[in-house]
Design a binder for this molecule. Structure first.
Ligand SMILES: CC(C)(COP(=O)(O)OP(=O)(O)OC[C@H]1O[C@@H](n2cnc3c(N)ncnc32)[C@H](O)[C@@H]1OP(=O)(O)O)[C@@H](O)C(=O)NCCC(=O)NCCS
Length: 200
């Protein structure tokens, strides 16, 4: 009898976990957006190691071990305050991992998150970042009931500025020399979007 209850319990737990994981697989017309996994390490290393494309990024891996650590340090559960949850973006047509999209869950009280997106340079300028960021925003507002989404951008990062302005983010701040990156202070723009903005 106890054995039956235990097996039934495990079965229910397995079903719940499967449902939870499935609900985190987001889809658009051309893309699948799913949680990062260790199997993505080579694809991620290939585009994230590019120092030129990623010159505005705080994290540039030197070795594949850096990528493994990055994946290992990613939160295993979504929506945990003060952790980063990482999605990868997969092109449906080729099944290639073409980029990643991170969500930084901030304090619970204010229901705020920060997001960031990186695409492999071979898959830029096709509208993929816009398509995936919009899908994730929809998920954050409608399914995780977030109130406000922010993003932090270097004022020289023009493709990112065009991306967030295209989506409808509002420029709310220009902090002067507020971040120490690569041995020097740089400015930081903060863009934001509220759930009300998204309803319009
Ligand atoms: C930020 C980043 C993801 C933006 O990528 P992107 O390719 O410019 O953005 P999209 O994929 O949405 O593509 C939009 C562009 O493709 C063009 N485009 C071409 N074909 C298109 C299509 N079929 N549908 C939509 N847009 C298309 C658009 O006109 C637009 O061009 P524009 O920016 O000159 O106006 C990319 O520059 C990147 O990975 N940068 C390095 C990492 C980084 O700095 N990240 C930001 C810090 S969080």
């Amino acid at each position: 009898m106890y054995c039956f209850v235990a097996v039934a319990g495990i079965f229910v737990l397995f079903k719940l976990l499967k449902k939870l994981f499935k609900s985190m697989i987001l889809e658009t017309k051309r893309l699948i957006i799913r949680p990062i996994s260790l199997e993505d390490q080579n694809d991620i290393f290939e585009y994230r190691r590019d120092k030129d494309i990623n010159k505005f990024q705080a994290w540039i891996p030197e070795t594949i071990e850096d990528v493994k650590t990055f994946i290992g340090d990613t939160a295993k559960q979504i929506n945990v305050p003060y952790t980063w949850f990482q999605f990868v973006i997969v092109e449906k047509q080729t099944q290639c991992v073409i980029g990643d999209l991170g969500i930084h869950f901030l304090d619970k009280e204010n229901r705020q998150v920060e997001i960031g997106c990186t695409l492999n340079k071979n898959f830029q300028n096709k509208g993929y970042a816009t398509e995936s960021v919009k899908r994730v925003i929809d998920f954050l507002f409608k399914e995780l009931h977030k109130h406000r989404i922010i993003t932090s951008i270097d004022p020289n990062n023009m493709s990112s500025i065009r991306l967030v302005e295209r989506i409808g983010f509002r420029k709310e701040a220009h902090f002067v020399e507020s971040l120490f990156v690569d041995g020097k202070y740089v400015d930081d723009l903060v863009y934001a979007l509220t759930e009300k903005d998204w309803e319009i």
